[in-house]
Design a protein around this ligand. Structure first.
Ligand code: F6R
Length: 616
């Protein structure tokens, strides 16, 4: 939520900042702006409401001087609407200091009153401008940007990453971080700052994650980090595991289309190095020791949105294989209801970005209450893994489209590996059964590839349904969270009312929604699975069909029982029941993407959304 980039080095700040913002735009696209100190030592700022292209067009029509030092921002509006005035950077110290911000400064109105009483004035409605003016005031007093930051950060409540430059200190960018992400890119004679490594990966793959409550100062040659008291902090470098081309569209019509198609690789890469001699062995869990894993009495999964849907899917597998009870909780509900937690509770957070504030707060709360925490995360150097006892990274590669797709399937793969590892340690599964599940898991990438081949059938369906105003999704067992996920995708991409229901729940109320022509997607469980599930879902289909529903069934190859009752059948390859979610979700992702495209919508940047939600 909000993308931040900082640069110091050669006389190319405008290009570096704009390229970084292009890669960060998925984090917010309400407005964008840059500030650059030119070679005459003058601070130039340009900012525009709307997507980055508007700022880029503005700069093309009327360029600003280049320079060696600068900051850039792409915004997801919180305080104040998406206007030119509210766009970042904001200025302090009579226009000599520029500041950008990701997060929310909760005590901004108290600080604003203080500054107003001292005669300072404001041009925007934002909390960020308050921080800029405060920082400017402290710069005037102390004459040094890092010192001014040290003086200001203690006065700010809430979540923030702040970056600033001052025209009297060219060649320096200073940043501070509390509860919002900030990563350093280490170059040769140049250094970078970014909300995530995408901001600078085309220039360097050497990075450092800035820790909680730290201030970082970069010059072309030197990087310094201190804590909020000014004590020096040692830092460790890491190598970014993917290159810039992974974050490019590479000929696809959208990032989402590319990412949907990358799911076979996302799952295969997540399995890599975690299967030995036919058994799931997750090296990252060694941090715990088998005795700790064996002592777990309860698992609580915390996550939001699509990541929570991955958690709901995994609950079925974890409970079946490990016999440990699992609750799945939306992170933002979790800590406010005084949950029962202790040292025998394991918290598993799931977050593609690793920055979702609701999930971060849930993890911190759980650990403070004595629970152990594992993070399932796709982003190196992100905050949630750093706040956890262990992390199992998904290796899906960068996910740029706002709607999560390959992140989701990779999360389920990581959770299944976790479950099989835990089951082995606890002895709750036979080696033969565990090995059979691993074989199923290893077969998933090729099976997803088969589903992707049938894309055109889904495109036709979407074109035919372009005027549809509401769609329902039904599933049972692991098909239920897939119904939730199908509905979420359609809502967020095509702005169509969509609901996912457990098929058995229909008769308890939602069946009243069915009227002639109502499209209903049904995830049909395998007839080879539980003896009861398949016929029950077929009965559910009949019940709604009798009331005029138009049925789109997602059913496995060879399931002929579904044919008399479905208007359209989308086929998925045979898989053991617990593995069907990997396959059944794919046509739903494609359907939502295609329907949005047919409606002329931007599938990568749906309205009102941002990729990583770093506010509560
Ligand atoms: C929907 C979507 C969101 C995210 C949710 C959690 O397509 O992407 O629902 O899944 O905001 O994000 P992460 O996984 O980054 O914590």
């Amino acid at each position: 939520m909000c993308g931040i980039v900082g640069y110091v080095g050669e006389d190319k700040s405008v290009e570096v900042l704009m390229r970084g913002l292009r890669r960060l735009e998925y984090r917010g696209y309400d407005s964008a702006g840059i500030a650059v100190i030119d070679d005459d030592g003058v601070l130039n700022t340009r900012k525009r409401a709307g997507k980055l292209a508007i700022l880029a067009g503005d700069l093309e029509a009327n360029s600003i001087n280049n320079g060696r030092t600068g900051i850039g921002h792409t915004r997801w509006a919180t305080h104040g609407g998406p206007t030119d005035a509210n766009a970042h950077p904001h200025l302090g110290d009579n226009g000599k200091l520029a500041l950008i911000h990701n997060g929310i400064i909760e005590n901004f109105s108290v600080l604003k009153d203080e500054l107003l009483s001292e005669g300072f004035t404001f041009e925007s409605e934002t909390d960020t401008e308050v921080a800029a003016v405060l920082l400017g005031r402290e710069y005037q007093r102390l004459g040094d940007l890092s010192a001014a930051f040290l003086s200001v950060v203690g006065r700010l409540d809430g979540a923030f990453t702040l970056l600033a430059v001052h025209q009297d200190q060219p060649g320096v960018v200073v940043g501070a971080r509390r509860n919002s992400p900030l990563v350093i890119g280490l170059g040769d004679g140049e250094n970078f700052l970014g909300s995530d490594v995408a901001a600078f990966v085309e220039f360097t793959r050497r990075a450092v994650a800035v820790g909680q409550d730290q201030i970082v100062t970069i010059t072309p040659q030197v990087v310094t980090i201190t804590d909020f008291e000014g004590n020096p902090v040692e830092f460790e470098e890491f190598d970014i595991a993917w290159d810039a081309s992974a974050a490019e569209k590479g000929g696809w019509s959208s990032f989402m289309a590319k990412e949907v198609s990358e799911q076979p690789d996302a799952v295969a890469n997540t399995l890599l190095g975690r299967i030995h001699e036919g058994q799931a062995v997750v090296p990252e869990l060694e941090a715990f020791g088998d005795d700790v894993l064996a002592s777990i009495r309860r698992i609580v999964i915390v996550a939001c949105g699509t990541a929570a849907n991955a958690g709901y899917v995994a609950k079925y597998a974890i409970e079946k294989w490990t016999r440990v009870p699992v609750d799945v909780e939306l992170s933002h509900e979790f800590r406010y209801r005084d949950p029962v937690l202790n040292a025998e509770t394991l918290i598993i957070s799931i977050s593609q970005s690793g920055e979702t504030m609701d999930t971060l707060m849930a993890v911190k709360f759980a650990r403070e209450s004595g629970a152990k925490a594992i993070s399932i995360c796709n982003t190196q150097g992100a905050t949630i893994p750093r706040e956890s006892d262990a992390v199992i990274y998904t290796h899906a590669g960068p996910e740029v489209a706002v709607a999560s797709t390959k992140g989701f399937t990779a999360q389920i793969a990581a959770l299944y590996l976790f479950a099989l590892h835990l089951a082995r340690v606890r002895g709750s599964i036979t080696a033969a059964d565990a090995a059979a599940q691993v074989v199923e898991l290893q077969a998933i990438p090729a099976k997803i590839a088969t589903v992707l081949l049938q894309e055109s059938a889904v495109h036709e369906l979407a074109a035919w349904m372009s005027d549809t105003r509401a769609v329902l999704f039904l599933g049972r067992h692991v098909g239920f969270p897939i119904a939730l996920e199908g509905a979420l995708k359609l809502k967020e991409l095509a702005y169509i009312h969509a609901e996912g229901f457990a098929a058995g729940e229909l008769k308890h109320g939602p069946i009243a929604l069915i009227e002639p022509g109502q499209p209903v997607f049904v995830v049909v469980p395998s007839p080879r699975g539980s003896a009861h599930l398949h016929p029950k879902v077929i009965s559910n289909i009949q019940e709604i069909r009798a009331r005029g529903a138009r049925i789109i069934a997602i059913a496995e190859e060879g399931d002929v029982a579904v044919l008399p009752f479905a208007d359209t059948v989308l086929r998925i390859p045979l898989a053991a029941p617990l593995f069907e979610p990997f396959l059944a979700v794919v046509p739903m992702q494609i359907f939502a993407m295609e329907l949005a495209t047919v409606k002329g919508l931007d599938v990568d940047q749906p309205r009102n959304l941002a990729k990583s939600v770093t506010v509560e």
